[in-house]
Design a protein around this ligand. Structure first.
Ligand SMILES: Cc1cc2nc3c(=O)[nH]c(=O)nc-3n(C[C@H](O)[C@H](O)[C@H](O)COP(=O)(O)OP(=O)(O)OC[C@H]3O[C@@H](n4cnc5c(N)ncnc54)[C@H](O)[C@@H]3O)c2cc1C
Length: 447
């Protein structure tokens, strides 16, 4: 029997957990798996805040795909096009050279999402995002520069969702640890933080941000990011030393799948078995997966990407074995965020948790789902020795570590050193804003 060829697009949670569920089929000879990923490594995003704050070293959150998926053929490159009629995916290899055409029997779209940089003029050129390969490293490089150069102009974070709130606190913590003077400003378009979370969790998060000294600016949208200042919809302007975009995301769908049904965020709409079309499957941030009970779209987070990815892999195992796929029945668990060791805002099956209880729960969950045991042990060791060892230094961006994989139509970002050239050398003298209060008019922020 010829094994059916399953091609996994992306090296994130969906692909990893689909691969793991497919391993018995690979060993049985009913499936062979190829992974096409723009990043050579799997990124464990859960500990991003800890890496920014210097509580964990960045390499501990990255794992080589070839080692994680030894039974698969891993191709490091960006999928440029899918031909559904010919059932092929065209890949631009990261190492250069001509495009490769890879045939498939089943295609799994697990390419995740990206911040919609083109929605705000100037953001792609002057701001930083997190999800494109190499982007997080570039942001850390800018933070490193700011810590070394000094100054008092703020780091501005766009978006008051889980990622924005957690990162605002982490950046503030990192800057404070280095004795840097610049404040962190979080700009959010809604009238309360964490719109997708229970109000009590949002209230705890707000208290934690105040405690971290993060200045929260609600009911304001960033309208334009320029080389010298950021313009807000409420008439204010911020002279920012760095701008980080966490204001939602748009699904990354390779060209050639445009005729498939998508929702307002560009996600592929899948049926309860996670199939988007004949021979095409999707999960994670790239898919609109309906909750099995409510029918609402499930949140775009690691838990759902892991569970849906694993279910998708099991379904493909059934299909290549001649059986019908089954419906996703997973109902969810909760959500959690941390603000440094022992501080958290979380909910588990609707029950709110904070402080050490939520922090330990989150840690246990993340350790359970880290792709390598060695990484999980490293996290425990790093957190345990942190009080003695101090902060990990910010990594300097490694050149050519990853390839860029900006979605079609989105301009590739220039390297950090060319962004907002005036920012890192802005002169000191900005009055220190009062933590937790609305930002006062100053050189840094004016209304
Ligand atoms: C900073 C940050 C912090 C987060 N913190 C949390 C948290 O605390 N808890 C939580 O539950 N969730 C968190 N999330 C969300 C969570 O990480 C995502 O929901 C999850 O990663 C989605 O998994 P995925 O497999 O769909 O996509 P991803 O994990 O994003 O993987 C997408 C993969 O596709 C690849 N790719 C993209 N385009 C192409 C292409 N054209 N060709 C080939 N490969 C391509 C990428 O390189 C990547 O390997 C966080 C996300 C970020 C960015």
């Amino acid at each position: 029997m010829t094994p059916q060829h399953v091609v996994l697009v992306g090296g994130g949670y969906v692909s990893l957990f689909a691969y793991r569920a497919l391993r018995p089929a690979i060993r049985a000879g009913t499936a062979r798996v190829t992974v096409l990923s723009a990043d050579s490594h799997h990124n464990f995003h859960g500990f991003t805040g800890e890496v920014v704050a210097g509580l964990l070293p960045h390499p501990l959150t990255r794992a080589p795909l070839a080692r994680l998926m030894p039974l698969a053929h891993v191709v490091h490159g960006t999928v440029r096009r899918v031909d559904r009629t010919a059932r092929t995916a065209t890949v631009a290899p990261a190492s250069g050279g001509p495009d490769r055409v890879v045939g498939y029997d089943h295609l799994v779209v697990g390419a995740g999402g990206r911040e919609p940089l083109d929605a705000i003029p100037g953001l792609a050129e002057c701001g930083f995002s997190l999800r494109a390969p190499g982007e997080f490293e570039r942001f850390l490089g800018r933070l490193d520069l700011l810590v070394r150069v000094g100054g008092t102009d703020p780091v501005l974070i766009i978006g008051g969702g889980l990622a924005g709130v957690e990162l605002a606190a982490a950046v503030a913590d990192r800057l404070r640890a280095h004795g840097a003077q610049m404040p962190v400003v979080l700009v959010h378009s809604g009238d309360r933080l964490l719109p997708g979370s229970p109000p009590r969790m949002a209230a705890v998060a707000r208290r934690e941000l105040d405690r971290s000294g993060v200045l929260v600016r609600l009911n304001a949208r960033v309208q334009q990011v320029g080389e010298s200042e950021v313009r807000l919809s409420d008439g204010g302007a911020v002279v920012a030393a760095a701008v980080l975009a966490t204001h939602g995301q748009r699904a990354v769908i390779p060209p050639g799948l445009a005729d498939l049904v998508r929702d307002g965020r560009g996600r592929l709409v899948v049926d309860p078995t996670l199939r988007a079309a004949h021979h095409v499957w999707a999960a994670g941030d790239a898919a609109r997966v309906a909750h099995p009970v409510t029918g609402d779209p499930v949140p775009a987070n690691a838990l759902w990407a892991i569970k849906a990815g694993a279910h998708l892999g099991r379904n493909l195992r059934r299909v290549v074995g001649g059986r019908p796929p089954g419906r996703l029945r997973y109902r969810g668990l909760g959500q959690a965020m941390a603000f440094g060791t022992g501080r958290s805002a979380a909910e588990l099956y609707g029950v709110p948790l904070s402080g050490w209880a939520g922090w330990l729960l989150r840690l246990a969950f993340f350790l359970r789902f880290m792709p390598m045991r060695r990484q999980a042990l490293g996290v425990v060791a790093a957190l345990a020795t942190g009080p003695v060892r101090g902060r990990y230094p910010l990594p300097r961006p490694a050149r050519n570590a990853v390839t860029s994989a900006h979605p079609a139509g989105q301009a590739p970002s220039p390297p950090a050193e060319f962004r907002c050239p005036a920012a890192p050398t802005l002169s000191a003298g900005t009055p220190q804003p009062v933590a937790g209060r609305p930002v006062a008019p100053s050189r840094a922020v004016r209304s």
